[in-house]
Write a protein that binds this ligand. Structure first.
Ligand code: ATP
Length: 309
């Protein structure tokens, strides 16, 4: 069931077109990630959906409701992660949650939220004494106080070290277990790949690709790269490559020393035929690797831009 529907959203700032007719739907319970280069329009898109900016044109339906007519209702079932700078530095973790909870009629148990964001042990610690990652988790906790169905996290892990980033991933996955829908933006490709049910790649204000990362990768190419290393050195590698080059599943191959690289649309078939040959010819294969495309390869293919963390 669709919980958010965005249609033909457009937003300009003077001559800058920040968002250029973006459309997508988010399903209930999904982790939906918007990725894109700097200035692609991610934050503007998110802020329009959160009701913080008004689109020039286009429509946004959250559970079928729109901001103009149903703003108060929408605020009850969405949660927006505030910037870390919006936290009260001199108040404790618990007190921050308590202040935010006072804005709402309905709240989730604060003890439960502290468990969820793994800050129970720090409940009486002042925000100024927390690490960057703990502050970000608290910010997610603040977005949870009204027990929302939909959470918006804008770059929740930017600037965090890998371990702190993983701790945030754990929180996002717990939210998913609770049946929440999470819409997030990120600069980290690995994060998009690990967390998301679907990934929306945005560039220059437009959606250039939208699907599961697995299908995006498949859509881009059916080919997989296989790498083999032969114990018999360059001679063995050349013989194997010459043999397998004739296979219809193999589009190309390259030999470098004892190493053979193959690109195949049916890797299982290619390997089956190759191993039959190497067994017959008693060529010892020292190492076999089947390389996967990554979401990063997809990003580069769709946007023509290198990915920079
Ligand atoms: P980043 O990854 O750097 O946060 P982003 O994908 O979130 O980028 P946006 O912040 O949405 O991109 O910006 C999209 C474009 O709109 C950029 O060219 C930006 O400079 C411009 N822009 C955004 N907000 C404003 C504003 N208030 N006034 C003028 N231009 C703006």
């Amino acid at each position: 069931m669709s919980i958010l529907e965005v249609k033909d959203l457009r937003k300009t700032f003077g001559s800058i077109v920040a968002v250029d007719r973006i459309s997508f739907e988010v399903m209930q319970g999904e982790v939906f990630t918007i990725i894109g280069p700097n200035g692609a329009g991610k934050t503007t898109t998110l802020e329009m959906i959160e009701g913080l900016q008004e689109p020039d044109t286009g429509t946004i339906a959250l559970k079928g409701l729109n901001w103009k007519q149903h703003g108060d209702k929408i605020k009850q079932f969405i949660g927006v992660q505030p910037q870390s700078s919006a936290l009260f530095d001199l108040l404790t973790v618990y007190e921050n949650l308590d202040v935010f909870a006072s804005f709402y009629n309905k709240t989730r148990s604060l003890d439960e939220i502290m468990e969820l964001i793994n800050l129970t042990d720090h409940r009486n610690k002042k925000v100024k004494a927390l690490s960057g990652g703990q502050k970000q988790r608290l910010a997610i906790g603040l977005a949870m106080v009204n027990d929302p169905d939909i959470l918006f996290l804008d770059e929740p892990t930017t600037g965090l070290d890998p371990q702190a980033r993983r701790n945030i991933w754990d929180v996002v996955l717990k939210l998913k277990e609770l049946g929440k829908t999470t819409i997030l933006t990120t600069h980290y490709m690995e994060e998009a790949e690990k967390l998301s049910d679907r990934v929306c790649i945005v560039d220059q204000g437009r959606v250039v690709a939208l699907d599961t990362s697995k299908r995006l990768i498949q859509q881009l190419t059916q080919e997989r790269e296989i790498e083999l290393v032969f114990a018999g050195g360059p001679e063995a590698a050349k013989r194997a490559a010459n043999h397998i080059d004739d296979e219809p599943s193999v589009s190309r191959s390259a030999v470098e020393g004892a190493r053979v690289q193959l690109w195949s649309v049916r890797p299982e078939e290619t390997l089956y035929r190759l191993f039959r040959f190497t067994t017959e010819q008693q060529l010892e294969v020292e190492q076999v690797t089947i390389k996967d495309m990554s979401l990063e390869d997809v990003f580069i293919a769709f946007t023509g831009k290198e990915w920079r963390d």
